[in-house]
Every structure is written in C-alpha cells, then in structure tokens.
Write a protein that binds this ligand. Structure first.
Ligand SMILES: Cc1cc2nc3c(=O)[nH]c(=O)nc-3n(C[C@H](O)[C@H](O)[C@H](O)COP(=O)(O)OP(=O)(O)OC[C@H]3O[C@@H](n4cnc5c(N)ncnc54)[C@H](O)[C@@H]3O)c2cc1C
Length: 437
C-alpha cells in the first residue's frame, strides 16, 4: 500500500515546543525551514533573542520533503544572468552558487549533523545530443569564472553510472552530494535551539504591523492570538508564502509543486545495478526527473513535476510511475511505498533573493534548488539584519519582480501543466529521432 506522506518523515523524531512564545524578542523569523533555522542559528549566536514561528509543525515545508540533493545550480542560466545583470554580477552569482554548496557541507561537517551525507556527485543526463554539447560549452564558460570539479561523461561511459539506454551522455558534478533532508533539518533545529533560539510550530503569522521607525520594538507580529513585539522580522516562507500575510511577496513568489515517490525495498544489489555510479541524477528534458538511491541503498526515489499546479500525490502517482519505468523498464510492477508533494518557491528572475520591503526582510525564491542555497541565504539574511548597511551577498542585487497578471493566485500554472504534456511529446519525438540517426 502506498503511503501518501514523505518517506523521510517515517521513524524520525519530531520536535514540538509546548511553551508559549515570549511577548518580546529582538527578531522574529517567519518559517522554520532551512532558511529560517539557518538565520536563527547565526542571529542567536550573535547574542540576539530570536523567535522562529511556523504555521504548521516545525519542518512542515519543503525542507523535509525534498529529494535531498545538495548542489550548486541555479534555475537561471549564466547567459540569462549576464543579459539581465551584466557579466560581473553574473560571475558573482555563479561563484555564490559554489559558495552555498561549500557553506552547507561545512555546516554539516563542522557540527557533525547526522544527516547521512553522501559526497556522491550528481550526473546531469543529456536528453538529446544537443544538450550534451550545450552542457560542455556551459561547463567550460563557468570554469573560466571559477573552477569547480566537473567533467563530461560521454554516451559510451554512461553504463558506469546508470543502467539505461535513455541518455546521450551527461555532466558529472563531482562536488555535489546527497543528504537525508529531514535529518538535516532536525540537526539545524538542534543547532538553533542550542544557540538559544526559540522555535514554535502551530503559530501562523497573520499580520506584521510596523509600529515605529525606531530600532527598538519596530514591529508587532500577530500569530494565532499571540502578539510579539520585536525589532526586526525575517520572512523565510519560500514556496509557502501566501497573500494572507504578505501580498508583496505572494505577488513575487510562485508556489510550484514538485512530486516524489520512493519504491518499495528492492534490495541493495538491484539498486546498485540500476545506479552503479551511486550518483544523484537530474535530467535535461523539460519535465525533468531527478532521482537517487535512498540513503539505505535499498530503494529508488524519483521526483518530477507531475503537474505545474497543485494536484494530490494520488493523482500524481501514475505520471511518476510512467517516468520511472520510462527510465528503468525493469521497474514495471515494482510497488511504490511513498508518494508526496511539496511547494518550491519560484521567483520570476529564476534566482533567489534577499531583501527588505517596508522594513520586513525576506530570503526566498530558490526555484527548486534550496538544500544548499537556503541555509546559505538564511545565514546571509541574518548578517544583513545584524548589519543592514553592508552588502553580504550578490542575491541582494537579484530582482524580485512581479508580473501584471499575478496577484498571488497562480491560475496560469494549470495551463503550464498542459504545455508540459505537449512538451513531453516533443521531447519523446526528439529523443527517438536522435536514437534512430
Ligand atoms: C518535492 C520537493 C523536492 C525538492 N528537491 C530538492 C532537491 O533535491 N535539492 C534542492 O536543492 N532543493 C530541492 N527542493 C527545494 C528545497 O527543498 C527548498 O528550496 C528549501 O527547502 C526551502 O527552504 P525554506 O526554509 O526557504 O522553505 P520551507 O522549508 O518550505 O519552509 C517554509 C515554512 O514557512 C512556513 N510558513 C508559511 N507561511 C507562514 C506563516 N504565515 N506563518 C508561519 N509560518 C509560515 C511554512 O509552514 C513552511 O514550513 C525540493 C522541494 C520540494 C518541494
């Protein structure tokens, strides 16, 4: 029987705080995912009193639902970044992607966070031959900005990494890694608590009121009948940002769902025969799949955008199964133990952003790439709150713009789902044509 809740949640400890939140704090952080907790760790270590509030259970959001792939990519390509921000800023954007990966791996290692870190590398697999050429060119361009460990894998060597005939090669990012996302979240939560932050679940922030321009007690935060006076507020709500609290941010962050499933236990030998390289895998096709072995090495976990708009995991399951058996035909008939969904937060610039609106700070917009970036940006958000005059990261320069047609209800994503179905047909055709050549 498939369970429609995250595989990562089973048998994991759940922290809950039965105390009442205090009525005063230096800083209130809204959202207790990687961003909010990372900010809380840095802020509390600096001596600030910090309260983190989450509307749901602590860790309800994407930070405990994701694929656990720790990498350095951006949704926006370097060419797009150059076009919009110029060459120098685009270079910084690339460098900080690498910094985010280093930051999060260091956070895990220096604090001995037990999150089953595997420095296994990630293989980006080419759907058609042109993607292989494009990736090689892009890799060389990026290496000329700053070296990172990556090389191309040609089609004839793909069998060392994966047991499928589907791809035309790939690019291996050797420094990328994998974690158990819920254990990473739990480890970060412990660090935040140890540093003195107070973290509460079940407190939905309904309103943030600016009381005075003065530095002391500048805001009143209203959450489930509690009122907290504080100097500063950080919004760390990413894909769970809704217009009820911040129309400004809800108009700028699209909640785009992603869907994941894990197979039943198929044994380590079978998993190793399908993924002999032990890498995380991400495809270049439009409706890309990302997949890996679970940390125990006994199951395959595969995620994809089964739809661009919210549907239930039950509705998503047939598409996920189809994608899985499309890659590994031998998986036909294998049971699915868990299937679930969660929201990623997309900015229109396809890049993360750290900024401030009417005195309220925000750090969000990871576009599906937040396992390394969210802890990094949360940390930088904390530095910004502590020292607002200084620029701490290039993501203070990235735009958080909106579109005239978007007011917080992403009605158009249902149309994107239809477009994606069409794109699947085109991608299938292109792949078959390349194979027959
Ligand atoms: C299915 C899925 C797979 C993914 N896979 C990967 C991957 O393999 N690699 C990768 O790099 N990234 C991946 N991501 C993205 C990554 O998980 C996110 O970018 C990252 O976790 C964002 O962290 P966060 O702390 O900013 O937000 P979240 O972890 O989403 O936390 C936001 C929190 O804000 C809370 N909140 C919202 N509104 C309020 C309010 N009014 N009051 C109080 N609290 C509020 C929510 O309850 C939520 O808990 C994936 C995401 C999903 C959904």
């Amino acid at each position: 029987m498939t369970q429609f809740s995250p595989y990562w949640w089973q048998d994991q400890p759940q922290y809950s705080n039965d105390n009442e939140p205090p009525s005063n704090a230096d800083i209130v952080v809204v959202g207790a995912g990687y961003t909010g907790l990372s900010a809380a760790i840095t802020l509390a270590k600096s001596g600030a009193s910090v309260v983190v509030l989450d509307a749901e259970d602590i860790g309800f959001g994407a930070s405990t639902r994701n694929g656990g792939m720790l990498g350095s990519g951006h949704k926006a390509s370097t060419a797009q970044a150059i076009k919009r921000y110029g060459e120098k800023t685009a270079q910084e954007i690339h460098k900080e992607a690498n910094s985010s990966l280093k930051f999060t791996i260091k956070l895990i290692k220096n604090n001995n966070i037990d999150c089953e870190l595997q420095e296994c590398g990630r293989l980006r697999t080419a759907w058609i031959p042109k993607h292989q050429t494009d990736m090689a060119n892009n890799m060389n361009d990026l290496k000329s900005i700053e070296h990172f460990d990556s090389h191309m894998v040609d089609k004839s060597s793909m069998h060392k990494h994966i047991n499928t005939e589907l791809y035309f090669g790939g690019q291996l990012y050797e420094g990328h890694a994998a974690v158990h996302p819920r254990k990473l979240h739990y480890g970060m939560l412990q660090l935040a608590l140890d540093a003195g932050a107070k973290v509460f679940g079940g407190f939905r922030v309904d309103n943030i009121e600016k009381v005075t321009e003065s530095f002391d007690n500048g805001f009143r935060v209203y959450a489930s009948a509690q009122v907290i006076s504080c100097k500063k507020v950080l919004m760390a709500t990413n894909g769970y940002t809704r217009a009820g609290l911040s129309k400004y941010l809800a108009r700028r962050i699209l909640p785009v769902p992603s869907f994941i499933a894990t197979t039943e236990d198929i044994g380590t030998e079978r998993v190793a025969s399908l993924l002999p390289g032990g890498n995380c895998m991400v495809e270049t096709r439009k409706r890309f799949c990302y997949y890996r072995a679970t940390p125990c090495g006994r199951r395959i976990m595969l995620g994809t955008r089964a739809a661009m708009h919210p549907i239930t995991p039950q509705q998503a399951l047939p598409t996920i199964k189809k994608m899985l058996t499309g890659i590994f035909p031998s998986m036909e008939g294998v049971g699915i133990s868990h299937c679930w969904t969660g929201f990623t937060g997309f900015s229109f610039s396809n890049l993360p952003s750290l900024g401030e609106h009417k005195g309220v700070y925000y750090a969000l917009g990871y576009c599906g790439n937040g396992v390394a970036m969210a802890p990094y940006l949360g940390h930088n958000a904390a530095l910004k709150l502590l020292n607002p005059k200084k620029q701490h990261t290039v993501f203070e320069k990235t735009l958080l713009n909106t579109k005239f047609y978007y007011h917080g209800n992403p009605w158009f994503l249902a149309f994107s789902s239809v477009i994606y179905r069409g794109q699947d047909i085109i991608d299938g055709y292109l792949s078959n044509r390349a194979k027959n050549n």
